[in-house]
Design a protein around this ligand. Structure first.
Ligand code: AMP
Length: 411
């Protein structure tokens, strides 16, 4: 499949694709779209940023256009990701579409959602908790919805949505088409797919547990109390938009404040902010009204902001798989990106889990991902999991960022 034209898509959809400047399908689209159009269930794995949203959105819209009674549901882990999906759906539907949609996410007033649902939407995009609420109240019916997409399924399970997912499936017809996408493929995902998918076709782009190859990765071994100064150095050294991942919501707010004090335009994004504030922060980040976004994992999952050039892992993620998702925030759709991870002496176990996930063979210092592991002396440690001995000033001696960069380039 070299272009979208040979698929026999509805002309309105073809026009939208041209308008969106989608001419060549990405590899996951080339694999998934023809199968989905033929009516198969799909179990898809693709690295983030590969175009997987359109891989399910294009066949979904085609089905809605070709069957005037058809309806579809898309489940997604977070509100931000839901919004991105909804945007792509609206672009594909085009400005003149009469197909009604509903966006059903937690944290937003019920009233507006009741109105959207009463209008008999043929496409619902939402998060499992709130969808489940509506089903239980009787304000949403899915007994005629024969097309289901589960996006970022691994994340939905990590967030504890498995109970809600199973309840939602019960409200849907057993005879349906289900497309399930997941960035990683742990056991619980495989089990879910065995239980709820009907003879699914496997589509996959690249390995499932790898970081995109066009990301230049660095690892800096550093103690907790030195991290903030290192962050300042990294921000001075780099140009362009940066996303910094941090463990706690409170920490995110405080860091954004500190960075503003230190001369960097910065905002925090986390789950405790009101939805309107989250939307505002994302809108301003997309418009490049500020440069540094400080985010927790849940809030930043799946964000598609093409101009993010750098990811900084100030704290390592709690769940190893999130490392891959974080990396996926940069180098979107084939662009170049770079990432740096701060690894402290307390991070041994977490870092080991990340290493094992990225490289199940157990050999560290992977060359294929372009990653360089360094301590603050700028030496290539070979293994990020190496025992570091006594932490402290002596071992983690500060070096000027310029020197580190020069050594990185020389390496
Ligand atoms: P996704 O992995 O779905 O978040 O997509 C990553 C980025 O690729 C988004 O900015 C999409 O708009 C873009 N994209 C997806 N499919 C195509 C395509 N066929 N041609 C050009 N850009 C695309």
């Amino acid at each position: 499949m070299k272009n979208f034209e040979g698929l026999g898509l509805n002309p309105a959809l073809g026009k939208s694709l041209a308008h969106m400047k989608y001419t060549t399908p990405t590899p996951i689209q080339a694999q998934a779209i023809p199968l989905a159009l033929e009516g198969h269930d799909i179990m898809g794995t693709a690295q983030t940023g590969t175009g997987k949203t359109a891989a399910f959105a294009i066949p979904l819209i085609e089905k809605l256009l070709s069957n005037p009674c058809g309806s579809a549901l898309v489940l997604t882990p977070t509100r931000e990701l839901g919004k991105q999906i909804m945007d792509i759906m609206h672009q594909l539907l085009g400005p003149k579409s009469t197909i009604k949609t509903a966006f059903i996410i937690g944290g937003e007033p019920m009233g507006k959602q009741f109105n959207q649902l009463r209008a008999r939407p043929r496409l619902i995009v939402g998060t499992p908790g709130r969808i489940n609420d509506h089903l239980e109240r009787g304000s949403m019916m899915l007994n005629d919805t024969h097309f289901l997409v589960l996006d970022e399924t691994d994340r939905m399970l990590d967030m504890g949505f498995s109970v809600q997912l199973e309840r939602i499936f019960k409200y849907m017809p057993a005879q349906r088409q289900t497309l399930m996408f997941s960035a990683t493929l742990p056991q619980n995902i495989l089990k879910l797919s065995e239980k709820y998918l009907n003879n699914p076709k496997r589509v996959s782009v690249g390995e499932t547990n790898v970081v995109a190859k066009n990301i230049k990765q660095d690892v800096i071994r550093i103690e907790q109390d030195k991290k903030y100064n290192e962050l300042l150095s990294q921000l001075h050294e780099r140009s362009g938009s940066v996303i910094v991942f941090i463990k706690t919501k409170h920490g995110a707010d405080r860091m954004a404040q500190n960075l503003r004090r230190d001369g960097f335009t910065s905002e925090a994004l986390h789950g405790d902010l009101r939805q309107s504030k989250r939307d505002r922060v994302m809108q301003n980040f997309r418009k490049q009204n500020f440069r540094v976004l400080i985010a927790t994992d849940i809030a930043a999952r799946g964000l598609d902001v093409p101009h993010i050039e750098h990811v900084i892992n100030y704290d390592l993620p709690q769940v190893a798989e999130d490392f891959i998702h974080r990396m996926g925030r940069t180098a979107r759709a084939g662009a170049e990106g770079s990432a740096v991870s701060f690894v402290s002496s307390q991070d041994g176990r977490k870092w080991h889990a990340i290493e094992s996930l990225l490289n199940p063979g157990g050999v560290s210092g992977r060359k294929d991902s372009g990653r360089k592991d360094r301590d603050r002396k700028g030496e290539n440690t070979g293994s990020a999991n190496k025992k570091s001995g006594k932490p402290g000033k002596r071992r983690f001696r500060q070096k000027s960022p310029q020197k580190i960069t020069a050594q990185k380039r020389a390496a």
